[in-house]
Design a protein around this ligand. Structure first.
Ligand code: ADP
Ligand code: NA
Length: 324
């Protein structure tokens, strides 16, 4: 049986791009792959400058949002990375078999470090920790979006190098399990919905807040008047219909758009209905967890124990292989 691992940074509120591109898939996979492991990667969130109080709130908030979105601690292991310090031990071990040049070549490192006066070594080591996150659980199937495939390469290299150096077949080479939902476009028509572009809808926003964002959102730029037929295939709103509405509604939307039967406002109202239907139970669970914050902490404590059990066994075996 394949073992699933995936992680997400505790970086503020989830938006519907994160939800559709990652978290919703995690929720679906937990039923098929019992014991799927999902991690809030807080060790990854400290490589830049940050406010500890903000980080503390965001760690809890991300765990709450994942539970609200449907991660079920009875099926999956949900935990906080720093509750399992073995991540850092395996990471150190991996630094000893990772060529410095491979790390310096990483695009993300080059982008981020080029703007810095003093570069924390942790920024360079970030992908090593990522490899440790995955291999600590000897996970072989990693649900990721297209944008993350490259990051898995280093984990695969690391598994191969470790096995070759010590003459063992210990770590599996983790393979990407591509998420079915491709990149969600931004409300402004940008190719990617992203926090840093300010073109998102938050997973926990109210109906009214969602509508205030949908109303002015970009649609097919060639559709100027209501009488112009639209092109659903280029429209971000149509993409969201496909994510939130059933097939019959989606095909009606395509028909009404391409024949100019509906204007964009009509179309957006139908989208709002679909979003409200899917997001209402998530917001309700989120409010319940806000009222009983201990439930989130309890889930993390259970998940942390389960994850640590696996992690400690891996570390014991790795130490044995390495002569430590
Ligand atoms: P952001 O770009 O908003 O900062 P992250 O880079 O933290 O989001 O992404 C967290 C997860 O959500 C990743 O698995 C990523 O693949 C997924 N994700 C982020 N934005 C999108 C999007 N627009 N469409 C699909 N998936 C996305
Ligand atoms: Na990002």
């Amino acid at each position: 049986m394949a073992r699933i691992f995936s992680g997400i940074q505790p970086s503020g509120e989830l938006h519907i791009g994160n939800y559709l591109g990652a978290v919703k898939n995690w929720v679906q996979l937990q039923a098929t792959y019992p014991g799927a492991i999902y991690c809030v990667v807080d060790y990854h969130a400290i490589t830049g400058s940050y406010d500890p109080a903000v980080l503390r709130a965001r760690r809890w908030g991300m765990a709450k949002s994942l539970l609200a979105a449907g991660i079920d601690p009875a099926q999956a292991v949900l935990f906080m990375q720093s509750d399992v310090p073995e991540h850092t031990e395996l990471s150190w071990i991996f630094t000893t078999i990772t060529p410095l040049g491979d790390l310096e070549r990483q695009t993300q490192f080059k982008d981020k470090s080029s703007k810095m006066e003093s570069i924390p070594a942790g920024l360079l080591m970030y992908p090593v920790l990522q490899s440790a996150d995955i291999l600590l659980y000897r996970a072989d199937s990693i649900p990721v979006g297209e944008d993350q495939i490259q990051h898995l390469e280093l984990a695969r290299d690391t598994a191969r190098k470790f096995n070759a150096k010590f003459g063992v077949e210990y770590f599996p080479e983790p393979k990407p399990l591509l998420t079915p939902t491709r990149r969600i476009m931004g409300l402004d028509g940008n190719a990617k919905m992203s926090k840093s572009l300010g073109n998102t809808i938050g997973l926990l926003e109210t109906d009214e807040e969602i509508w205030q964002k949908l109303r002015p959102a970009m649609t097919d730029p060639q559709r100027v008047r209501k009488s112009d037929p639209g092109r659903p295939e280029v429209c971000n709103i149509y993409q969201l219909h496909k994510a939130f509405n059933d097939e019959a509604t989606v095909s009606n939307v395509a028909q009404q758009c391409s024949t100019a039967g509906w204007g964009c406002m009509d179309c957006k109202k139908v989208l709002l209905e679909g979003m409200v239907q899917e997001l209402t139970p998530i917001r309700r669970r989120s409010a319940e967890l806000d009222a009983e914050p201990q439930r989130v902490l309890d889930a993390l404590a259970d998940g942390g124990r389960a994850a640590r059990g696996i992690a400690q066994q891996t570390i014991a075996e790795v130490r044995d292989i390495m002569g430590l």
